[in-house]
Design a protein around this ligand. Structure first.
Ligand code: AMO
Length: 448
């Protein structure tokens, strides 16, 4: 490893000779002094060359001095170039950037950038995505992925405390995992394979295997042609499934515990930076989150003057925004569980109410007016599963492998799936999951 100090650690060091490494953010090349703002993954620092020697100044041998070469190197370096710099660390309270600066002794350009960066912070989102690696050099962009790391870690801690097992399920499948809509297919030797839309069927297999609590943070694919701010064709799905539940209420309880733990950890670790760089004051929700049956939610929304214009029983995005507005006013909460969706709009594997076959034991979790998750108790009685699958027009032969899971005993179970990028978008006040996905994939985007 190159023996470098992280820039964020400089202010805690005594005046001494230090080496830092990163990319050049800005150069101010003045007649008698040069300033360089150097950034690494932890922060930025001002570097100074105070003994500028120019060619024009030259007494015969001035050119030969290291200082002339240093001045020249700094004059020529393009923004974005990666450099290793050694110099004297000085504390100086007048320096706005961290109260320290480094008097440059050695300035080595390790990898030069070409001048004129193709992307600026205010470039169109598509240009920024074309140049994602440059866009991510901005600290506010990198922060999103630091937050993601902390959030995922906090969730894992909750799962591990409960003895949950992490699984990695296959993404190549012989059948659809959610529905035949939005299904990517590909040539697979002499047959056709499908990309997993969700680990749903395998999460349930883990219950039949007796593993009980399991989780997966993995990739899911949807051949969804839409261009909304919350749809991608490939996304990271946070999934969880566990046994011995009594109703979907048990799933919601774990779900809200996870959200509180995740957002608490993010606030503790990054709250100040989120406020400073993204202008967002992070709010940790309190459990329990409000729960409203879907039918009631639609009535509430209607009483606020919005009638959901759908022929099926589902909510629509505007309805979700309206119900959030109501919940925010009434409960001061950013989250709401909409529960008990109609069987007609839920998948075959959702368990239905004992006393009402038209309603499922399921929920959607809405965060600031956007659906981030679907969860449910699953049907575990094979005859009922078959009946519900047939009702949905499914071919039982195609899910034969799945039906097998239920032939040898399986405990009652449930779980949820949650889109990671959506959670981050809403938590961090971003306008689209393009901002909170490392590399976005949509109908017209397969690069970089
Ligand atoms: P569902 O289809 O509702 O449920 O998906 C769960 C969550 O995944 C996210 N999501 C998406 N994110 C980005 N782009 C998309 N095209 C996209 N589609 C879905 C959303 C959504 O709430 N198997 C069930 C979950 C379960 O019951 O465990 C499922 O996949 O945040």
């Amino acid at each position: 490893m190159i023996n470098r100090v992280l820039i964020s650690e400089l202010s805690g060091l005594e005046a001494s000779t230090v080496t830092v490494a990163g990319w050049v953010e800005k150069v101010r090349d003045q007649r008698h002094v040069q300033f360089v703002v150097l950034r690494d993954e932890s922060g930025a620092v001002q570097l100074v060359n105070g003994r500028v020697v120019r060619e024009l100044d030259s007494e015969a041998d001035a050119k030969k001095t290291a200082n002339f070469e240093l001045t020249q190197a700094i004059s020529e370096v393009a923004n974005g170039s990666f450099v290793v710099v050694t110099g004297e660390l000085e504390h100086n309270e007048h320096v706005k950037l961290g109260g320290v600066e480094i008097q440059i002794a050695k300035f080595e350009v390790v990898s030069a950038a070409i001048p004129e960066t193709p992307v600026k912070p205010d470039s169109a989102i598509d240009v920024r995505m074309d140049w994602r690696f440059l866009d991510l050099r901005r600290p506010e962009q990198a922060l999103i992925f630091k937050v993601q790391t902390t959030f995922e870690h906090a969730l894992r801690e909750v799962w591990l405390e409960r003895g949950f097992i992490e699984v990695h399920t296959p993404k190549l499948m012989a059948s659809a995992s959610e529905s035949r809509a939005e299904l990517f297919s590909l040539e697979y030797f002499d047959t056709t394979a499908y990309l997993a839309q969700s680990p749903q069927l395998f999460k349930q297999m883990a219950q039949a295997a007796g593993l009980s609590g399991i989780f997966e943070v993995g990739t899911a694919f949807r051949a969804d042609p839409s261009f909304t701010s919350r749809h991608a064709t490939e996304f990271t799905s946070i999934d969880c499934e566990f046994s011995w539940i009594e109703t979907h209420e048990d799933v919601m309880q774990l779900h809200e515990e996870l959200m509180v733990a995740g957002i608490t950890a993010v606030k503790e670790k990054h709250g100040d930076q989120i406020a400073k760089l993204l202008g967002v004051k992070l709010e940790v929700p309190t459990a329990p989150f409000p729960r409203i049956p879907l039918a009631e939610a639609k009535e509430i929304v209607k009483s606020r003057g919005y009638e959901v214009p759908r022929s099926d029983a589902d909510m629509d995005p505007e309805g979700e925004r309206q119900i959030f507005a109501y919940v925010k006013e009434k409960h001061g909460h950013d989250f709401v569980f909409l529960t008990d969706y109609a069987s007609s709009i839920r998948p075959f594997y959702h368990m239905r109410h004992e006393d009402n076959d038209d309603l499922t034991r399921s929920y959607d979790l809405i965060y600031r007016g956007v659906e981030i998750s679907t969860g449910a108790q699953r049907e575990h009685r094979i005859e009922v599963i078959k009946k519900q699958a047939l009702e949905k027009g499914m071919d039982l032969d195609e899910i034969d492998f799945y039906l097998n899971f239920f032939k040898y005993g399986v405990p009652p179970h449930g779980g949820f799936g949650m889109g990671l990028a959506r959670v981050l978008m809403l938590m961090l006040g971003q306008s689209s999951i393009r901002e909170t996905t490392f590399l976005f994939r949509g109908p017209t985007r397969l690069t970089p």
